[in-house]
Design a protein around this ligand. Structure first.
Ligand code: DC
Length: 251
């Protein structure tokens, strides 16, 4: 058996048995950066589950379902059959963009207005039920890296690799501020900090599938490591734990 493992560990990454990787954690921890890098290395699909909740929030904003910052839950639930969220490959960016009723809204969903209301929308049970059913469908053939808040606890409780990411709040604020500024959004550091902390609070304290670390998730604090170090660490984890365990249990 040991020999098989050693032989297997020498395989090119894309020849390993396909697994699902769940990445959860606080806002702006770099979950999507890591998820995209992993998916690229492994030849997996990346699914941004937060983008789905953001698309529903955009619909609510566009259709006056959010008025004076308050989500009209009853109307949103009534409108759910008219909200179609999907992903489509973007040839230019070589990434999947989220679409709302057939329109690419990848840019719009990153706006602050959406960020300010998405936690309230994603706390609604009926919204989560529909999004979660789609997310599970994406993962049914394995080979998915999905990031979000409840991927390891609720969407894929049996994912073979689960990570729970965190980083110092000042580091997260600076990263998010740099990202928004580079895209031409004018925003203060205080506004970014407020958005991050209030979303974390709401996401952690909601009733439906709150953000929490799954018991079997590996904690990853990336405050002091760069993206390359992080990727190498996670790939090493996969080799050492996941595939070894998989082989040993299939003995
Ligand atoms: O990952 P993100 O910041 O784009 O997510 C936006 C919001 O969507 C987040 O504040 C909470 C919600 N969300 C969720 O409730 N469950 C997920 N699996 C992903 C995101």
């Amino acid at each position: 058996m040991a020999q098989t493992i050693i032989t297997m560990l020498k395989l090119p990454l894309h020849e390993f048995p396909r697994i699902n990787i769940a990445i959860d954690g606080y806002s702006s921890c770099g979950k999507s950066t890591l998820a995209k890098a992993l998916a690229g290395k492994l030849g997996y699909s990346y699914v941004d589950s937060g983008a789905m909740y953001r698309a529903v929030t955009l619909f609510a904003l566009q259709n006056n379902i959010i008025v004076d910052g308050v989500v009209n839950e009853y109307r949103l639930i009534q409108e759910l059959p008219n909200i179609n969220v999907s992903f489509a490959y973007n040839e230019l960016t070589k990434m999947s963009d989220v679409h709302l009723n057939g329109t690419d809204v990848e840019k719009e969903i990153r706006m602050m207005d959406v960020a300010s209301h998405v936690s309230a929308v994603s706390a609604i049970k009926d919204v989560r039920k529909i999004m979660m059913a789609m997310q599970r469908e994406y993962g049914k053939n394995k080979g998915i890296v999905m990031d979000g808040r409840d991927v390891g606890t609720a969407v894929f409780p049996h994912a073979e690799l689960k990570l729970f990411m965190t980083a110092d709040v000042d580091v997260r604020t600076r990263r998010r501020l740099d990202e928004l500024t580079s895209k031409g959004t004018f925003i203060t550091k205080e506004e970014v900090l407020h958005n991050l902390t209030s979303r974390d609070y709401a996401d952690t304290n909601r009733k439906e599938n709150p953000l929490t670390k799954a018991k079997d998730a590996i904690l990853l604090d990336n405050s002091d490591i760069d993206q390359q170090q992080q990727l190498e660490y996670v790939l090493k984890l996969m080799m050492e734990h996941v595939f070894k365990n998989k082989l040993e249990t299939s003995k």
